[in-house]
Design a protein around this ligand. Structure first.
Ligand code: NAD
Length: 338
């Protein structure tokens, strides 16, 4: 590893084109916007399972942006015929437990077949590939905080396995691809990320609590609330993903991207109540099966190799997210009245 913390960005000598699979989702749509801001042509490939075109409202007005509706588990040649890419980002996969557990077989195939197919697309284009992996590859960790060298503690047969094991297998595919000398590829292990465009109904902790607080409902805490999470604001995460993709030197191994500030779920509930000014209280429900008790990234690798670290604290990020939830629910109310 280098001693300096300066990112090295590759300069391409022709207009740059990126394929973003899963680009209509929460993270993918922010990535599409940032790529467009930085001068890329962007093709988004998404089956709209958990994403939506409303996330792409700005991007769709840009002539350099194209949306293709398709499923990464289906053959892609026809859909992508005649298109050339310099970069392939794979973010396709439902990320919220109730949604990825709704069709576990499809979730698993999305990670395994989808990653294999998108690696083939990258190889055919001579494009660099980035896989959006997850902190869930560490399962319910026995090592804390989690460095990339930790192999994880995952239940291979539980209800979360379709996601966790799918993502682990996708990582295996990427590293076999690299070992076989087929091309350049990077793996980001993303930790809990929040921000505007999260769906209020998808069961993720930050969006669920904000929606409950704004509706004046009790905030649900699963278990006793002492389990910890670290929450990364979306802008920081997207900056990290792009830095990882554009790092000029090949990267040996996966890279954790997340915010190392650790909060208990009960503390998060307090922060959400403060950020919304709500009078809501908290209510406990039974902890779901295999829910990890502690989660916090060791980001020394991302800092050393990419010069990356999160810049947005929880208070600032929550306030931006709450403002977005307020704006979108005001728009929805106005539309309902029309
Ligand atoms: P999301 O559900 O909002 O976005 C996923 C997108 O992929 C959606 O637009 C969905 O329609 C699309 N998709 C799902 N299956 C597909 C398929 N078979 N073919 C084509 N498109 C498909 O989730 P997100 O939070 O934006 O997560 C994006 C990626 O980042 C996922 O791969 C997820 O595993 C990873 N990740 C996210 C987080 C987080 O906190 N948000 C944490 C760790 C990892």
């Amino acid at each position: 590893m280098r001693a300096t913390a300066r990112p090295r960005v590759a300069v391409l000598d022709r207009p740059r084109a990126a394929l973003v699979a899963g680009g209509a989702g929460f993270l993918g749509s922010h990535l599409c916007d940032r790529l467009l801001d930085e001068g890329w042509r962007v093709t988004c490939l998404d089956n709209l399972l958990t994403g939506s075109l409303s996330n792409l409202a700005e991007a769709l007005r840009d002539p350099r942006f194209d949306f293709l509706r398709g499923d990464v588990t289906e053959p892609l040649d026809g859909l992508l015929y005649g298109r050339l890419f310099d970069r392939v980002y794979n973010l396709a996969c439902a990320a919220s437990p109730p949604l990825y557990q709704a069709d576990p077989e499809h979730t698993l195939l999305t990670s395994v077949v989808g990653t294999k197919q998108l690696l083939d697309v990258a190889r055919a284009n001579g494009a660099r590939f980035l896989q959006a992996s997850t902190s869930e590859v560490y399962g319910d960790p026995m090592v804390h905080p989690q460095p990339e060298s930790y192999w994880g503690h995952v239940n291979a047969t539980g209800p979360r396995a379709c996601y966790d094991e799918g993502k682990r297998c996708a990582e295996t595919l990427v590293f076999d691809y690299l070992r076989a000398g087929r091309g350049d590829a990077r793996v980001a292990r993303i930790f809990n990320t929040y921000g505007p465009r999260m769906s209020a109904a998808d069961g993720r902790v930050v969006s669920t609590m904000i929606a409950q607080a704004l509706a004046g409902e009790d905030l649900t805490i699963f278990g006793d609330g002492t389990q910890t999470r670290s929450f990364c604001y979306v802008d920081d995460l997207i900056r990290g993903l792009m830095a990882l993709m554009e790092c000029a030197e090949p990267i040996d191994g996966a890279v954790n991207l997340g915010n190392p500030d650790e909060f208990t779920v009960a503390e998060l509930a307090e922060r959400v109540i403060l950020a919304t000014g709500s009078r809501s209280r908290t209510v406990s429900k039974r902890l779901p099966v295999d829910d990890p008790k502690r989660r916090r990234p060791d980001i020394s690798r991302a800092t050393e190799v990419l010069g990356w670290r999160p810049e947005t604290d929880l208070e600032t990020g929550l306030s931006a997210t709450v403002a977005w939830f307020r704006r979108t629910s005001a728009v929805a109310d106005a539309q309902a009245e029309m």
